[in-house]
Design a protein around this ligand. Structure first.
Ligand code: ASP
Length: 351
């Protein structure tokens, strides 16, 4: 059932909306017809129903609202700063964000906010809020309800970074955008939904993240951008592989492999990978398949990568893997320490 605070509990939920941009708040440019980010007042004017929620809602908005394709780690820092500065004054946070890079932001935020015990619900929409068939209104209202939801003992029901999209509540660092035009735009192939959203909202407590111990919120801002994806395909050339591996300043790679974590068997390929690992580059093996996990010792091709020093990304999404690498290197860890932490869940991102 919807666990939002009732009047009987005598305190209206206090929610902060952080508006970063995205389609939800966009309007059409008069001349080109292209969608452009617009300001928060326009967005809220289009959702008069919000007043019926009986919540105290404040907002903070990016000075210039963004299409999320323009997001950078500096923007993740900006979002986290707003949440950290307001953490004690609100019951929950709703981040309005474009869908294109929402899963990256959700993953990064989950790593940057250690010991999070309040809901950070990220949502957006496929159609601008001003359009008649918009999905934005429903997404925003439901996200606010999730951010206000409390358990029977009064503690926040959701205590993690989650993505709310079209009746699905997903763990943020397990989510991926899978459709550019369906209202149901996100999926989480290796982790179940956190709530069943229909007429009411029933939370699945057995899969909700809970921080152990009593330690307070610990914000860690460092993010190192010297990482990249290396996407394998049959026929990839030695020149292409060596070119990528010699990127100046490179510290970490998320290698997107075939099936259970396999790659080409050519000697030059394994040799190039081994040399990069010996130079201190951390290479994480993540499958191109959405569902399932890397099993580096199942096939000889995977075993060869394993022996060359590539570490397993288990069932990480690509988005979680690359942001986790940025985060770990950003904390000043050595390559060996990064390897250890990459194989250990820190915010429920892997099994
Ligand atoms: N390009 C938009 C963005 O990510 C798409 C969206 O919001 O759905 O900001």
């Amino acid at each position: 059932m919807d666990g939002a605070l009732s009047n009987a509990e005598n305190r209206r939920p206090h929610i902060l909306i952080v508006y970063t941009g995205g389609t939800i708040g966009m309007i059409e440019n008069d001349e080109s017809g292209a969608l452009e980010p617009f300001d928060f007042d326009h967005l809220i004017d289009n959702v008069p129903k919000i007043k019926r929620l009986d919540y105290d809602i404040d907002n903070v908005q990016f000075e210039v609202p963004l299409d999320s394709s323009a997001m950078t780690p500096d923007h993740w820092v900006e979002i986290v700063k707003v949440i950290a500065e307001n953490y004690d004054n609100y019951d929950g946070f709703v981040v309005l964000h474009g869908t294109d890079t929402m899963a990256y932001t959700a993953s990064a935020l989950s790593f940057m906010m250690e010991n999070l015990r309040k809901p950070v619900v990220i949502t957006g929409s496929q159609l601008p809020i001003g359009e008649v068939r918009t999905d934005g209104e429903e997404n925003l209202i439901t996200a606010l309800q999730v951010a206000a939801a409390r358990d029977a003992d009064g503690s926040p029901m959701v205590q993690e970074v989650a993505i709310l999209f079209e009746n699905y509540l997903w763990r943020g660092n397990r989510s991926t955008k899978h459709s550019s035009d369906n209202f149901n735009a996100f999926k989480s192939s290796n982790y179940p939904r956190l709530a069943k959203i229909g007429l009411g909202i029933s939370y699945r407590k057995e899969v909700l993240w809970r921080t152990c111990g009593e330690a307070p919120l610990n914000i860690r801002y460092g993010l190192d951008r010297n990482v990249m994806y290396m996407d394998l395909f049959p026929g990839i050339t030695e020149a292409a592989i060596r070119h990528q591996l010699s990127t100046p300043g490179l510290k970490g790679i998320v290698m997107k492999t075939f099936g259970a974590g396999n790659g080409p068997t050519a000697g030059w390929f394994i040799e190039a990978i081994r040399e990069a690992v010996e130079r201190g580059i951390v290479i994480v093996n993540v499958s191109q398949c959405d569902n399932g996990m890397v099993n580096p010792t199942r096939y000889q091709t995977g075993t060869a990568l394993n022996r060359a020093g590539v570490i397993s990304g288990h069932d990480l999404t690509s988005e979680a893997a690359i942001t986790k690498l940025m985060f770990l290197f950003g904390q000043g860890l050595t390559p060996e320490e990064v390897k250890t932490e990459m194989e250990r869940p820190i915010a429920g991102e892997m099994d």
